[in-house]
Structure formats: structure tokens, C-alpha cells
Design a protein. Structure first.
Length: 95
């Protein structure tokens, strides 16, 4: 049974932005989150967590990007969250 046309994205730019936000933005948020965890916890433990939880987190962020109405809002959200994690990483690293 095909999808209902009224729920599909009509714009090609929105479609491309959603796909790129899901793949690239979700991956960046996942990696920066785990890098932030490395500043608080033991690095080998976080790497093992990344091996299992990282894929699940990336998949959830990818689905979240496809469910949103506007891909640009998702990109802004993912960039903001990544910058927040990077700021925490910067502030917690020893000099």
C-alpha cells in the first residue's frame, strides 16, 4: 500500500535537507555527545558505550529528522546541540 501523498515532502530541497540532517547532523550530534562523555568518564568505557548506544542514538536522530516538518529547523537544532556539546568539551578539558 503506497504512502498517502499529502504526508510526503513535495520540495526537493526539503527532502535533501532532511536526508542530510538525518545522516550528517545525526552523526555529528552522536559523536559530539560521546566526546563530551569522554571528558567526564573513562575513555575506554565511553568507547564501548559508543559502539552500542551510538548506532541507536544515530538512528533515533535520523528518524526524528524525517518526522519534522521543516528540515531547516532540524539543522539549526542539531548545530545548536553540537555546539553546546563542543562548548562543554572545551570547558572541561584540562589546560
Amino acid at each position: 500500500m503506497p504512502a498517502n501523498k499529502k504526508y510526503l515532502t513535495n520540495s526537493a530541497t526539503q527532502r535533501i535537507a532532511k536526508i542530510s540532517a538525518g545522516f550528517i547532523g545525526g552523526y555529528i550530534v552522536t559523536e559530539t555527545f560521546h566526546m563530551m562523555l569522554m571528558t567526564f568518564f573513562s575513555i575506554p568505557n565511553v568507547i564501548m558505550t559508543l559502539r552500542f548506544f551510538g548506532f541507536i542514538m544515530w538512528a533515533v536522530l535520523m528518524i526524528f529528522a524525517f518526522l519534522a516538518k521543516s528540515a531547516w529547523k532540524i539543522w539549526v537544532l542539531y548545530i545548536f546541540v553540537s555546539l553546546l556539546f563542543i562548548t562543554i568539551i572545551y570547558l572541561n578539558t584540562p589546560n
